[in-house]
Design a protein. Structure first.
Length: 163
Protein backbone atom coordinates (compact mmCIF):
# COMPACT_ATOMS: atom_id res chain seq x y z
CA UNK A 1 0.00 0.00 0.00
CA UNK A 2 2.89 2.39 0.67
CA UNK A 3 5.84 2.82 -1.67
CA UNK A 4 8.40 3.31 1.10
CA UNK A 5 9.54 1.11 3.99
CA UNK A 6 8.60 2.77 7.28
CA UNK A 7 7.60 2.13 10.85
CA UNK A 8 4.97 4.04 12.80
CA UNK A 9 4.82 4.04 16.57
CA UNK A 10 1.93 5.75 18.35
CA UNK A 11 2.20 5.92 22.13
CA UNK A 12 -0.48 7.14 24.54
CA UNK A 13 0.45 7.71 28.19
CA UNK A 14 -2.03 8.66 30.88
CA UNK A 15 -0.47 10.48 33.82
CA UNK A 16 -2.04 11.92 36.96
CA UNK A 17 -2.54 15.36 35.38
CA UNK A 18 -2.27 14.89 31.61
CA UNK A 19 -2.60 12.62 28.62
CA UNK A 20 0.51 12.49 26.43
CA UNK A 21 0.82 11.13 22.91
CA UNK A 22 3.79 10.54 20.65
CA UNK A 23 3.43 9.82 16.93
CA UNK A 24 6.78 8.67 15.45
CA UNK A 25 7.35 7.94 11.78
CA UNK A 26 10.64 6.21 11.02
CA UNK A 27 11.90 6.05 7.44
CA UNK A 28 13.56 2.63 7.10
CA UNK A 29 14.48 3.14 3.45
CA UNK A 30 17.11 4.83 1.34
CA UNK A 31 14.88 7.59 -0.10
CA UNK A 32 13.01 10.44 1.57
CA UNK A 33 9.22 10.44 1.60
CA UNK A 34 6.44 12.93 2.35
CA UNK A 35 3.22 12.54 4.30
CA UNK A 36 0.50 14.57 5.95
CA UNK A 37 -1.46 13.65 9.05
CA UNK A 38 -3.83 14.68 11.81
CA UNK A 39 -4.80 13.23 15.18
CA UNK A 40 -8.62 13.55 14.77
CA UNK A 41 -9.29 14.38 18.41
CA UNK A 42 -13.01 14.65 19.20
CA UNK A 43 -13.95 16.38 22.45
CA UNK A 44 -17.23 16.10 24.35
CA UNK A 45 -18.81 19.50 24.99
CA UNK A 46 -21.90 20.85 26.78
CA UNK A 47 -23.05 22.73 23.65
CA UNK A 48 -21.46 24.41 20.64
CA UNK A 49 -22.82 27.74 21.91
CA UNK A 50 -20.78 27.34 25.12
CA UNK A 51 -17.34 26.78 23.60
CA UNK A 52 -14.50 28.72 22.12
CA UNK A 53 -11.06 27.64 21.03
CA UNK A 54 -8.38 30.15 21.99
CA UNK A 55 -4.83 30.38 20.75
CA UNK A 56 -2.59 32.25 18.32
CA UNK A 57 -5.30 32.45 15.61
CA UNK A 58 -5.45 36.22 15.02
CA UNK A 59 -3.82 37.22 11.72
CA UNK A 60 -3.24 33.59 10.72
CA UNK A 61 -4.10 32.26 7.29
CA UNK A 62 -6.46 29.30 7.31
CA UNK A 63 -8.14 27.06 4.78
CA UNK A 64 -11.91 27.23 5.16
CA UNK A 65 -12.74 23.84 3.65
CA UNK A 66 -16.50 24.50 3.75
CA UNK A 67 -16.18 27.68 1.65
CA UNK A 68 -13.24 26.29 -0.34
CA UNK A 69 -11.04 29.33 0.18
CA UNK A 70 -8.11 30.65 2.18
CA UNK A 71 -9.02 33.32 4.73
CA UNK A 72 -7.16 35.35 7.36
CA UNK A 73 -8.47 34.99 10.91
CA UNK A 74 -9.45 38.27 12.54
CA UNK A 75 -9.89 36.87 16.05
CA UNK A 76 -7.74 35.14 18.68
CA UNK A 77 -10.56 32.67 19.35
CA UNK A 78 -12.61 30.36 17.16
CA UNK A 79 -16.35 30.34 17.85
CA UNK A 80 -18.62 27.92 16.03
CA UNK A 81 -21.90 29.29 14.68
CA UNK A 82 -22.01 27.45 11.34
CA UNK A 83 -20.60 24.31 9.75
CA UNK A 84 -16.86 24.53 10.36
CA UNK A 85 -13.91 22.73 8.82
CA UNK A 86 -10.87 24.99 9.11
CA UNK A 87 -7.15 24.24 8.89
CA UNK A 88 -5.10 26.95 10.64
CA UNK A 89 -1.66 27.13 9.08
CA UNK A 90 1.25 27.32 11.48
CA UNK A 91 -0.93 27.18 14.61
CA UNK A 92 0.80 24.64 16.79
CA UNK A 93 2.14 24.99 20.29
CA UNK A 94 -0.88 25.48 22.55
CA UNK A 95 -4.58 26.01 21.96
CA UNK A 96 -7.27 25.84 24.64
CA UNK A 97 -10.79 24.47 24.33
CA UNK A 98 -12.96 26.44 26.78
CA UNK A 99 -16.45 25.18 27.69
CA UNK A 100 -18.42 27.63 29.85
CA UNK A 101 -21.24 25.07 30.26
CA UNK A 102 -18.89 22.59 31.91
CA UNK A 103 -16.77 25.36 33.47
CA UNK A 104 -13.77 23.51 32.06
CA UNK A 105 -10.84 23.99 29.74
CA UNK A 106 -8.57 21.59 27.90
CA UNK A 107 -5.06 22.71 27.11
CA UNK A 108 -3.90 21.06 23.88
CA UNK A 109 -0.13 21.44 23.47
CA UNK A 110 1.78 20.06 20.53
CA UNK A 111 5.18 19.91 18.92
CA UNK A 112 5.94 18.74 15.42
CA UNK A 113 2.33 19.26 14.37
CA UNK A 114 2.42 22.67 12.70
CA UNK A 115 -1.30 23.13 12.01
CA UNK A 116 -4.55 23.05 13.99
CA UNK A 117 -7.85 21.81 12.58
CA UNK A 118 -11.22 22.84 14.04
CA UNK A 119 -14.20 20.84 12.76
CA UNK A 120 -17.88 20.66 13.65
CA UNK A 121 -20.85 19.70 11.42
CA UNK A 122 -22.97 22.54 12.87
CA UNK A 123 -26.69 21.97 12.39
CA UNK A 124 -26.39 18.25 11.58
CA UNK A 125 -28.57 16.66 14.26
CA UNK A 126 -27.83 13.11 13.03
CA UNK A 127 -24.13 13.64 13.66
CA UNK A 128 -24.77 15.09 17.12
CA UNK A 129 -23.09 18.38 16.25
CA UNK A 130 -24.08 20.02 19.55
CA UNK A 131 -22.24 17.46 21.71
CA UNK A 132 -18.71 17.49 20.28
CA UNK A 133 -16.02 19.48 18.53
CA UNK A 134 -12.89 18.27 16.81
CA UNK A 135 -9.77 20.26 17.71
CA UNK A 136 -6.84 18.40 16.28
CA UNK A 137 -3.10 18.70 15.95
CA UNK A 138 -2.18 18.29 12.29
CA UNK A 139 0.34 18.70 9.54
CA UNK A 140 -2.17 19.08 6.75
CA UNK A 141 -1.36 22.00 4.45
CA UNK A 142 2.26 21.16 3.63
CA UNK A 143 3.72 17.66 3.89
CA UNK A 144 6.32 16.46 6.34
CA UNK A 145 9.45 15.11 4.67
CA UNK A 146 11.24 12.28 6.44
CA UNK A 147 14.77 11.77 5.14
CA UNK A 148 16.21 8.31 4.60
CA UNK A 149 16.95 6.52 7.90
CA UNK A 150 15.51 9.46 9.88
CA UNK A 151 12.58 9.81 12.29
CA UNK A 152 9.92 12.49 12.63
CA UNK A 153 7.94 12.91 15.84
CA UNK A 154 4.79 14.81 16.66
CA UNK A 155 3.61 15.07 20.26
CA UNK A 156 0.40 16.20 21.91
CA UNK A 157 -0.28 16.79 25.61
CA UNK A 158 -3.82 17.27 26.91
CA UNK A 159 -4.20 18.89 30.31
CA UNK A 160 -7.63 19.48 31.85
CA UNK A 161 -8.40 22.59 33.85
CA UNK A 162 -11.29 24.74 35.00
CA UNK A 163 -12.59 28.17 34.07
Amino acid sequence: MWDYPFELKYTVSLGPDALDTSFKVMNLGESPFDFTGALHSYWSISSVSNIKVTGPFQGVSYLDKVAGEKVVSEAAAVDISKETDSVYEGVGGEVVLEDSGKKSALSIKSSGWADTVVWNPYGDEKMGYDSFVCVECAKALAPITVAAKETWEGTMTITPGSL
